[in-house]
Design a protein around this ligand. Structure first.
Ligand SMILES: Cc1ncc(COP(=O)(O)O)c(C=O)c1O
Length: 383
């Protein structure tokens, strides 16, 4: 048996998505900018996908810019807004200490360009306090960027409260919703944000397709200069197969959200309860609520997370030590460190992230194996 518990790293495309990608690669190969029949068919696919992606986040189709993924959407949001703001003198950006590298390293790049930055702390449960933002924001703050759901621990931030504070001070608000879209309801109006990034491969869409939702009227300078694609906001011939697949994934994700969310929460809770009750020296990292329904992050005393990951892989279970981008480096998780966990817990934690393909049998099979695997590793360490 092989079971995949790493859906926050990536998800398998659903059959309907694969079918849409293949159809766009074969039958609908036109350039969406071409005036002839072939181009117009490709453009129709883009239009349909734009509507589905807009509906997933509660926005208008004209507010969607397709990108190559979540990383590019975050870059376009922050670099594009920063460049547009520079003439106003607002050159301070506020973000949280638990963001994905797509945001953290973009903020670092802005600092090299003369911006100042503030990293907001999180509490022990992994939540950013609105009072921390209120204390950090200044008249020079141009952008506030706080992620909707965290990729390592799944906690959901109080985005509506944070965005309201940013707006009171005349700053734009961006949220990285890569880990929340299609897992919990995402509504740009209810959240009150100006910019919101998503990525198709995190919700059973293809890799290499993402989107930035840009509130109508928000000033942004294109970071990808080229043709007039995407209403002048992102030059380059559109990735029609990827975008068509993303559109189908967005539609299915939205339709199936209520059923998937409650099913995954039940499976995740079964797994979490099983681990915490059957294995001594384990603890949940981050607040149990509010949290996306598919994620749990647990520390195991007396072992190295990487060793447990490898031992579980040999047994057929794919899990993660946290962010896929930092795996293999043995770096302690910056998220767990920001939450103030002691150093051993930042290096002995495993993320289990569930998805549509997981079953109760898979969870029970993992629970049947895990105690013995952990005990064996602990014995090796004690020797
Ligand atoms: C929170 C978050 N933001 C951004 C990204 C980057 O998305 P992509 O892989 O589409 O570039 C990821 C992917 O791991 C993520 O988890």
């Amino acid at each position: 048996m092989r079971a995949y518990f790493d859906h926050n790293a990536t998800t398998p495309p659903s059959p309907e998505v694969t079918e849409a990608v293949v159809r766009a690669l074969t039958d609908e190969f036109g350039n969406a900018s071409s005036v002839h029949h072939f181009g117009q068919r490709a453009k129709a696919l883009l239009d349909e996908a734009r509507s589905s992606v807009a509906a997933l986040v509660g926005g208008e189709p004209a507010e969607i810019v397709f990108t190559s993924g979540g990383t590019e959407a975050d870059n376009l949001a922050l670099r594009g807004a920063a460049e547009a703001l520079e003439a106003t003198g607002r050159r301070h950006i506020v973000t949280s200490s638990i963001e994905h590298e797509a945001v953290l390293n973009t903020v670092k790049a802005l600092v090299k360009r003369g911006w100042t930055s503030t990293l907001l702390p999180v509490d022990a449960s992994g939540i950013v306090a609105p009072s921390a933002l209120a204390a950090a924001i200044t008249p020079a703050t141009g952008i506030v960027s706080v992620m909707h759901a965290n990729n390592e621990i799944g906690t959901i931030q109080p985005i509506a409260d944070l965005a309201a504070i940013a707006h009171e001070h005349g700053a734009l608000f961006h949220t990285d919703a890569v880990q929340s879209a299609a897992k919990i309801p995402v509504d740009v109006k209810a959240l009150g944000v100006d910019l919101l990034a998503i990525s198709a491969h995190k919700f059973n869409g293809p890799k290499g397709a993402g989107a930035l939702w840009i509130r109508r009227g928000t000033r942004l300078v294109s970071t990808m200069t080229g043709g007039k694609h995407e209403r002048n906001r992102r030059g380059g011939t559109e990735n029609v197969p990827g975008i068509a697949g993303m559109g189908v994934a967005a539609r299915l994700g939205r339709e199936k959200l209520p059923v998937n969310a409650s099913r995954l929460a039940a499976l995740r809770d079964r797994l979490e309860r099983g681990v915490l009750t059957q294995i001594s020296g384990t603890a949940l990292n981050g607040a149990p609520e509010p949290r996306v329904p598919n994620t749990t992050n647990i520390s195991f005393d007396g072992i190295e997370a990487e060793s447990l990951l490898i031992a579980l892989d040999l047994e057929g279970f794919a899990v993660s030590t946290g962010s896929a981008c930092s795996s293999g480096t043995l770096e302690p998780s910056h998220v767990l460190r920001a939450m103030g966990l002691p150093s051993h817990r930042t290096q002995n934690s495993i993320r289990f992230s569930l998805g549509a393909g997981n079953t109760e049998e898979q969870v029970d099979a993992l629970l049947a194996k895990l105690p013995a695997v952990v005990e064996k590793l602990r014995t090796l360490v004690r020797r």
